[in-house]
Ligand binder design. Structure first.
Ligand code: 5RP
Length: 219
């Protein structure tokens, strides 16, 4: 079974978490693309959605799903998003698509974060996937030096600007021994907007698409 089929399985299973007349937060990426396709079948039951990126907004608009401003809707009951890596504690690396900052904001504003992923994303330890870090452009070199000091190898994502007008450094080989501690530490480096570690606010549920069906994991 291909990873796309497994992503689709996980995405379809997330529909069960959508309640009538609620506003749902929507992440970014190919797994989320399958979720949007599934959601469009029940869009008449929704008040609308909050989008985490321009790319997601375009997909939602193509499906005629109303996109609302987070400021206008207050706390959300549900956020659905994918991950680049996820552990059994439901801590994640995200930001492969570069949407980490808005994703983290919506996750923080949501009661329940349902992560949807194919089985290849489940890892014992985070960090084989390079850690995306969103950086204010003028701070690129300073932040790069700070990341080097901590043992990482930052690489500028080429020809890429985030929806917020910033840069992404993809950090290779960074030891992620205590994810929540490292997330807090990196968040404190001047010039970092967001780090793609989602450990302080992990997911509440992981729907993992496997060849045997969808596994539901809780931390
Ligand atoms: C985007 C993300 C995505 O959730 C992550 O990259 C997974 O993407 P995909 O579903 O395409 O495998 O964090 O910023």
């Amino acid at each position: 079974m291909s990873s796309d089929e497994l992503k689709k399985r996980a995405a379809e299973a997330a529909l069960a978490y959508v309640e009538d007349l609620e506003v749902v937060g929507i992440g970014t990426g190919s797994t989320v693309g399958y979720f949007i396709a599934a959601l469009s079948r029940i869009k008449h039951r929704l008040d609308g959605v909050v989008s985490s990126s321009e790319a997601t907004t375009q997909q939602l608009k193509a499906c005629k799903i109303p996109v609302l401003d987070l400021n206008a809707v207050g706390p959300l009951a549900l956020y659905v998003d994918g991950a680049d890596e996820v552990t059994r504690h439901l801590q994640m690396i995200k930001g492969g698509g570069g949407a980490l900052t808005r994703e983290k904001i919506i996750a923080a504003a949501s009661e329940q974060f349902v992560c949807i992923a194919d089985q290849s994303k489940l890892v014992d330890v985070l960090g084989a996937f390079p850690l995306p870090v969103e950086v204010i452009p003028m701070a690129r070199s300073h932040v790069g030096r700070e990341l080097l000091k901590r043992g990482g190898q930052p690489v500028l994502r080429e020809n890429f600007m985030t929806d917020n007008g910033n840069l992404i450094l993809d950090v290779y080989n960074l030891p992620i021994l205590e994810p929540a501690k490292l997330e807090a530490e990196l968040n404190n480096i001047a010039g970092i907007v967001t780090v793609g570690l989602f450990a302080l606010r992990p997911a509440n549920v992981l729907l993992l698409g496997t060849a045997d069906g969808v596994q539901t994991l809780h931390p």
